[in-house]
Ligand binder design. Sequence first.
Ligand SMILES: [Zn+2]
Length: 578
Amino acid sequence: MNNFIVSARKYRPATFASVVGQAALTATLKNAVRTNHLAHAYLFCGPRGVGKTSCARIFAKTINCEHLTSDFEACNECESCRTFNEQRSYNIHELDAASNNSVDDIRSLVEQVRIPPQIGHYSVYIIDEVHMLSQSAFNAFLKTLEEPPAHAIFILATTEKHKIIPTILSRCQIYDFVRIGINDIVEHLMQIATNEGIAVEPEALNVIAQKADGGMRDALSIFDQVVSYCGDKITYQAVIENLNVLDYDYYFRLTDSFLSNRVADSLILFNEILNKGFDAQNFVTGISSYFRDLLMCKDGATVILLEMANAIKDLYVKQAQQCSTEFLYYALTLSNECDINFRTSRNKRLLTELLLIRLCQWNDKKKDQLADNAEPKPIEKINVVVNNTATAPNSGVQNTPPTSTGYLKAKTPSPTPLPETSKQASSIPPSISIHSTAADSSSQVSDIAPPKYKAKQHESFTEQALHQAWRTFADEKIPEKVHAKNFMINRLPNLVNEDTIRIMFDQPLQKKSFAEVQDELKTYLAEQLRNDYLTFEVEVDETDQKNALFTSQDRYAWLAEKNSALGHLRKEFKLEID
Ligand SMILES: [Zn+2]
């Protein structure tokens, strides 16, 4: 490589067809050439290094070409094309507005615009970073942009479209360039490597493409950097070393230790990562995106959201098959929490290690859950059901869904006042608590329903019905000025058992405000749900004592309101918010 030319220059696209990753846009430009519908001003916007200037140059060359190909590309052979390719064409003028943004710069440009081209039909003026022009420079330019001579075409390029004033925007045809996909970059780099006689591992190119973040120019300069380090054989290991990227193999191995409950292994691996000079926070963000990627692999529909080369995708899909979706939700929630708390933590290493330990405990939690479901239902549960069927033979409402019982049972024994009949019935098999329907309950127990309870109502109801009544109460029954109205709608209660309603607040103040409306609410609910045995459990979440706004508690509450699954997750695993 004696006369080394940087790849970004050497492999700059020369035709529309060779522009990578902007197919829709180049097709439109080509179409404009074909139909000869040329505008006087174009605005090319998009991130850096995605081909704006290259496209502008190709466009300028193509509209001046004397013998367009059948495909409406520049021939690269005629006099005009050759002057373009040798960078001595007088038909193209480039101005970098970042360094030439004064009125004088624009005035001298405007002077030039009036001179018609010597060869070819059009003079093309490319103004790069056009958003950097000063206000007065913009104004000086506006007149020319409004009434340009027939031979002049302006191509304005910018990375910051929102900074362009509307008067300019409205005079331009706007083209939005997109970030270039990982696969497109990898393919392009692969082609270049083949041309240069360099052997590459696809994983290595994937790392480069990810690092380039959608910009081809960046990808090419990283590629050059790697080539100068590795020579003519680019391996994955060499690339991650050179670019200081954490080997995804670490994530795979860590996940294995999470799934098989090997705390020590995970901590040792983490130590190894730190010893390699990686920062703990980068590791936490890295593992978060890794879990996110695995989650995307779980569903055929979301695999397209995975930004990586196909070769790596397969590895991820394989790893994803070993993880349940529940585990991934759990892992994502934990690692995201860790990420959020990172800045404020005094012992960042411990915080990260704690994350790893909790992830390793996943299987324990899983076993606990299974055990919970398998063990026979405790007495009070059966009582509750029998009690329910005995006193409300005609209620068509099902019991609380069994999914929530595992957690609820563990937390609170039933404080329900039970009618005497329930004791006789405790021999009824536990399955009834799940499967009893209105029909069979009435046939079983209608005889023993004691008449003395007729006066009080005692029907079972679902959590849904409870939420409905709760919302109506907050909406319609609480006067506007009462504070509780503000938070009750968003703070729905849980049904602990058939008569016990738990309300969890995250601030003592809310509990206080709630107390003002509590009695009225109880009466209302009793009426609506036809149950006079309701009791409330009002609690304040102890995990947050600061009561300040924008604590992780608030953030969690906000997230949980957006996505109720998060709330379930938190309850399932009894997670606390730090
Ligand atoms: Zn030509």
